[in-house]
Design a protein around this ligand. Structure first.
Ligand SMILES: NC(=O)c1ccc[n+]([C@@H]2O[C@H](COP(=O)([O-])OP(=O)(O)OC[C@H]3O[C@@H](n4cnc5c(N)ncnc54)[C@H](O)[C@@H]3O)[C@@H](O)[C@H]2O)c1
Length: 280
């Protein structure tokens, strides 16, 4: 059974990484898709792949930092498919590097403003355009994209983490204001997801260090997010709204000393074994 058969869906930021996996999975599950991205060629490539696998999709260029561009995306969706049931706000300016989106004391204010304008305001604007369309069809599902960065402090990426925290509360506000209209709004907070862009970064020692802080045996993959997305988009999640769904291998679900404790216990065990060997 296809879980979102004939539902009309927009996925933003769908040319690469997590968004591409989510778009492919929604298409597999029967959705009629708009694959939207700043990178039109990338979006067109994803549409080609989706169609090759038997799915239905069109590509659109969108800049979620610009209201007129978001309006054009929704106009195209209406012209192509005639409505909207699912909006996955996945796009984010992820390329603002930690050297410019730095600690609060050093953050470039222009980068701060761009991050809020593109990621937070863009998510709000797209959701706002989706609401009347979903209302007119008796309901719908909006799935926003947060991050573990929204839920804990770090040395850099201050603007990114703060805008994602805003997206988490935007999610609750939309859920509260539109639940009685049959519109659900949830957010997925991915942990460390290895995408083509981050693959090199997590290779080797850094990847091993990161993995030691997870409760799972591997880091995340874009498909892990796509599984959660399909559930939240489908009617199986009819009683789920206003939630932030962490898909992060338990990264934020343990005591901060978890990895240190494992290392210390194994060092203790090794030294006890050595003592026992010496005594024998
Ligand atoms: N990869 C991770 O580890 C991770 C962790 C937590 C949260 N996230 C979130 O997941 C989402 C996807 O991340 P990803 O790793 O796949 O990123 P990515 O950089 O691989 O993909 C982001 C996509 O968004 C597009 N985009 C950028 N600016 C845009 C704009 N103004 N308008 C429209 N599209 C735009 C890019 O062209 C790109 O295709 C983002 O919201 C990101 O913050 C990712």
């Amino acid at each position: 059974m296809q879980r979102v058969k004939d539902k009309i869906a927009i996925v933003t930021g769908a040319a690469s990484g997590i968004g591409a996996a989510c778009a492919a999975r929604l298409a597999q599950e029967g959705a009629l898709l708009v694959v939207a991205d700043l990178n039109l060629e990338g979006a067109q490539e994803q549409v080609r792949r989706i169609k090759e696998s038997g799915g239905q999709a069109v590509a659109a260029r969108v800049d979620i930092g610009e209201e007129s561009s978001i309006d054009a995306l929704f106009d195209l969706t209406l012209e192509t498919w005639g409505g909207l049931d699912i909006l996955h706000n996945n796009a984010a300016a992820t390329s603002l590097s930690s050297t410019v989106d730095a600690a609060v004391e050093a953050v470039d204010v222009a980068v701060w403003d761009d991050t809020m304008r593109i990621n937070l305001r863009g998510t709000m604007l797209a959701s706002r355009r989706a609401l009347p369309l979903m209302r007119s069809r008796g309901g719908g599902s909006i799935i926003n994209t947060s991050s573990g960065s929204a839920q804990a402090g770090a040395l850099g990426y201050s603007a990114y983490g703060v805008c994602k925290a805003g997206i988490e509360n935007l999610t609750r506000y939309i859920a509260a204001q539109h639940g009685k209209e049959g519109i659900r709004c949830n957010a997925i907070a991915p942990g460390l997801i290895v995408t083509p862009v981050t693959q090199a970064y997590y290779a080797g020692e850094l990847g091993e260090m990161m993995l030691s802080h997870h409760l799972t045996r591997r880091l995340g993959l874009p498909e892990d997010i796509a599984h959660a997305l399909v559930y939240l988009a489908s009617d199986e999640a009819v009683f789920v709204t206003g939630q932030v769904f962490n898909v992060d291998g338990g990264l934020l679900s343990h005591q901060p000393y978890y990895a240190d404790e494992i290392r210390a216990r194994s060092a203790n065990a090794a030294s006890a074994a050595n003592v026992a060997k010496g005594a024998a």
